[in-house]
Design a protein around this ligand. Structure first.
Ligand code: G6P
Length: 613
């Protein structure tokens, strides 16, 4: 989603800003822009499309020899919400006088009424955005003190923001603030970098400060002063980024997605390392902050998340029921606070989010906290808002995930949920021996995934046979049902093939009407309880002319005979089978999208981190 970069220091700002935006490209966006101050004037360059177009535009605006003269500026990648991704709607936006420039992530919910008020005072707006209203509001409040003007304007704003603001009247200074949309400040030697995501900072420095909600900072090349919106100074700790910059490179793979699929054995090992106790037949998850007694007292587990993280939650639901005899349910994070979630103090709410910044999941965390539930985060990004607001939880250790389509975070989420369910199971029904057996199953996950990845060439060949299909149906039962949903999501998001996931039994209650000669059905028919019924559903599809790609257990000849093509998954526990099966579907989606020439790492319209509702 939208990205912010600000720079102030001794180097040429335009190229640093553009490089920073490149590092944020993975988040998904559709236009870009930057603003600097030159000869007492704000100069803006913007372009629809990719950062490379902005870079060309900037080169036209400032000949190279002038680049080095500019030592600070702000830049933005925009994921369109209010108004299409045109040049005029791209950020930065100026105030009425043209002296103040602003970049903004988030949404100003009351922008219509603010705009009407400003228009009545004679303000003229050029764009359709909510952001331009905020820049005018700041200009309207400006009385010789930019910090105060931003403060005053933010007091009138409803909604979410991460912003960076400059003014020609106060050179050598950037004002930045956040509410619900992250801002990180990188502390360099005689330079400060502002960004919405640490990825834009790590080539400059590892030392960072994360702003909290309602923090507003005055940033210069060698100072950072943070206050709250009532002008009271606040102290924020300096943290060290634990981020290997090679993670932001493709490392010889054609796409980040393919690299991240291949990284899974390693990321899964990292997620599991030190967390299984074979002696006790349990898992060691200190971040959960619970004693066995707390766990025994938990009545119900509620899992919330969005997109792929919602799907891992659906697998978690099966795991908590099967392993821990605990009532578990998944709720869409986006609905959570708008219905009346029946939550009590004996409920454990697990918020699942790779980025830890998804607006709907964060709002669900706040609602669950309000209702007194025991709330935990399951995040990948260390220091992210959800991780910090939940205060307890488990990091995935999947490593940075750059591709918009989530792969390694998903398999790590499922693995960590299995470990949580194991721990809870041991406080309830699981014997030590049963716990030990399941811990061994979890330990084997990275090797199982390796065996699937070894079939990469075979899966690419299978993909060739189906890449021209325009529709696909994924079916599965038990814990493989959520995997069918996730397989369909992966395929549609990167290949743009219309794909739907169904419980195998549901297909005949409607969707079967869509089957005709050659329709692709991907049947998750691993040898787990219910397989025979899934094979029956496959026969129903075949009888209507569908072509069947079966995901089956290695050596299952009975299942193989029914299918047109197969991908084999090593035999394992049904809950564990979800992981290698999902990896096979990731590879299938990847190869189909690649054959179709799609832009795999940054699919159209999608964003990596969705910080608006
Ligand atoms: C976006 C991404 C998805 C992701 C979802 C939830 O839609 O494109 O890949 O699953 O957000 O993100 P989160 O960071 O909360 O897991």
């Amino acid at each position: 989603m939208c990205g912010i970069v600000g720079y102030i220091g001794k180097s040429a700002a335009p190229s640093i800003l553009i490089n920073g935006l490149r590092r944020l490209e993975y988040r998904g966006y559709d236009s870009a822009g930057l603003a600097i101050v030159e000869d007492g004037k704000i100069i803006v360059a913007k372009a629809p499309g990719k950062v490379v177009s902005l870079s060309d535009r900037a080169r036209d605006t400032w000949p190279t020899e002038r680049f080095s003269q500019v030592s600070y500026g702000i830049a933005h990648t925009r994921w369109a919400t209010h108004g299409p991704p045109t040049e005029v709607n791209a950020h930065p936006h100026l105030d009425q006088s043209g002296d103040i420039a602003l970049v903004h992530n988030g949404i100003i919910e009351n922008y219509r009424s603010l705009r009407a008020r400003l228009e009545a005072k004679g303000h003229l707006f050029l764009s359709e955005t909510d952001t331009e209203v905020l820049s005018h509001l700041i200009g309207d409040r400006y009385d010789g003190n930019l910090f105060q003007a931003v403060c005053d304007a933010l007091h009138q704003v409803e909604g979410t923001f991460g912003i960076a603001v400059i003014s020609v009247k106060e050179p050598g200074k950037i004002i930045t603030a956040r509410r619900g949309s992250p801002i990180v400040l990188g502390i360099g030697e005689g330079e400060t970098i502002i960004a919405s995501d640490a990825a834009a900072i790590l080539t400059h420095t590892q030392r960072v400060i994360y702003l909290d909600d309602n923090d507003i900072a005055i940033v210069t090349a060698d100072s950072i002063e943070i206050r709250d919106l009532h002008n009271v100074p606040v102290n924020r700790e300096v943290a060290e980024l634990d981020f290997d910059s090679s993670a932001a490179e493709k490392g010889g793979f054609a796409h980040f997605m393919l690299k991240e699929i291949h990284e899974q054995p390693e990321s899964l090992r990292n997620a599991i390392r030190g967390r299984l106790d074979f002696n006790l037949g349990s898992s060691v998850l200190s971040g959960m902050g619970t004693s066995p007694r707390d766990l025994a007292e938990i009545n119900r587990v509620v899992l919330v998340g969005c997109g792929t993280s919602l799907h891992s939650g659906l697998i978690g639901e099966y795991a908590f029921e099967d392993l821990a005899d605990t009532h578990a349910e998944v709720q869409q994070a986006a609905e959570f606070r708008y219905r009346n979630p029946i939550i009590s103090r004996s409920d454990l709410v697990i918020a699942i989010s790779q980025s830890g910044e998804t607006a709907d999941t964060l709002a669900a965390v706040r609602e669950a906290n309000q209702k007194g539930a025991f709330v935990m985060g399951l995040c990948n990004v260390v220091g992210s808002t959800i991780a910090r607001e939940t205060g307890r939880g488990i990091y995935l250790h999947a490593g940075p995930e750059i591709s918009v389509a989530s792969t390694k975070a998903f398999t790590c989420q499922v693995t960590v949920l299995l470990m949580m369910a194991l721990k809870m199971g041991r406080s309830r029904r699981f014997s030590r021996q049963e716990g030990m057996d399941f811990a061994r199953q979890i330990e084997a996950i990275p090797a199982l995934v390796e065996q699937v990845i070894l079939q990469n060439d075979h899966i690419a060949a299978v993909a060739e046979r189906y890449a021209k299909n325009e529709h696909a149906f994924f079916i599965g039962r038990g814990p493989l049902y959520p995997v069918a949903l996730e397989g369909a999501l992966k395929l549609k998001e990167i290949s743009y093939i219309h794909a739907e996931g169904y419980h195998a039994a549901e297909l005949k209650h409607g969707p079967i009407a869509l089957l005709e000669n050659g329709t692709l059905v991907i049947a998750l028919a691993n040898d787990i309880p219910g397989k025979d019924k899934t094979l029956g559903n496959v026969e129903e599809c075949k009888a209507r002319g569908a072509r069947i790609l079966g995901i089956i257990t290695a050596g299952d000849h009975e299942a193989a005979e029914i299918m047109d093509d197969v991908i084999e998954i090593p035999a394992c526990h049904p809950l564990v089978a979800t992981i290698p099966t999902a990896v096979a579907l990731q590879l299938l989606a990847y190869h189909i999208a690649n054959i179709r020439g799609c832009e795999i790492d940054q699919p159209r319209n999608l964003a990596k981190s969705v910080t608006v509702e």
